[in-house]
Write a protein that binds this ligand. Sequence first.
Ligand code: SF4
Ligand code: MG
Length: 310
Amino acid sequence: MAVLKTIDLNKTFKIKTLKIRAVEKLNIEIDREQIFALVGESGSGKSTVARLLIKLIKPDSGHILFKGQNIWQMKRDDSMLFRKSVSIVFQDPYASLNPRMKIQSIVEEPLKIHGKLSAEEAKSKIIEIIKEMGFDETILGRYPHQLSGGQRQRVAIARALMLNPEILIADEPLSALDISLQASLLQLLTKIKENRKMGILFITHDLNIVRTISNRVAVMHLGRIVEEGHTGEIFKEPLHPYTRILMNSIPGFHRRNRKKTPRISTEERISWNLKGCRFFNRCDYKMAICETNIPELKTVKGRKVRCFLY
Ligand code: SF4
Ligand code: MG
């Protein structure tokens, strides 16, 4: 049984008279010892998935199961266990740490809420994790503003690890950092995942990162997963027209047919094709059926693809 699983998850937001379908019929599984990447352009619904999975927002319909139990129907004890077992690191290391708290208090917070440790046990746990993140103890007496962006993000990860989660959700954790820091933080995350046999849901718009660290990848476009499978296989032969466009936009990748980096415009989000394939307006391969029918995810060449071409 997967640690975290969603079944036909739906979430719609209303903006004035508009209904934005942020997440539609989402079925994903996240397990220990794997890095599952959720990739898509900004506005594709990725962060909404993260917020649904940690119970920050409620789905309109569908289920989120933690070890088989619906997270919205749990008793108190199970709910506490869920909150300990699934933690999150957000995109912006500048906004996610309380500027008035010393690093010691920041990383200790989860222990105070959930832990039953003595002061001594708490202290040695904090030191252990701070060291795992590559710091020495002097960091504990500092404030967030005294740290660099990369250091802050490592503090945020330390805090997320404090209760030994089984799943870490990382929502664009590197995008506020410069490239040189990204590589070392990626290495660190991979090492942590291995040492702790933890699972990571890595949310990103950056396919180079996906290729570097994930075992599985799901490509999201306007609220729907359009392709999902083993990272290596999808990079070798992307099948969905949208996945191909994304891959063509990676520097140094499939360079021969490279096109401009795509981006979801507000108009596109508003005027998307409600009846049929959401990629219809941008697709070079569209057929009549694509305008009027929603393609389902089908198994093709060992992965799932949502497209009438297959
Ligand atoms: Fe293109 Fe049709 Fe496939 Fe959608 S279903 S991606 S419009 S070919
Ligand atoms: Mg986002």
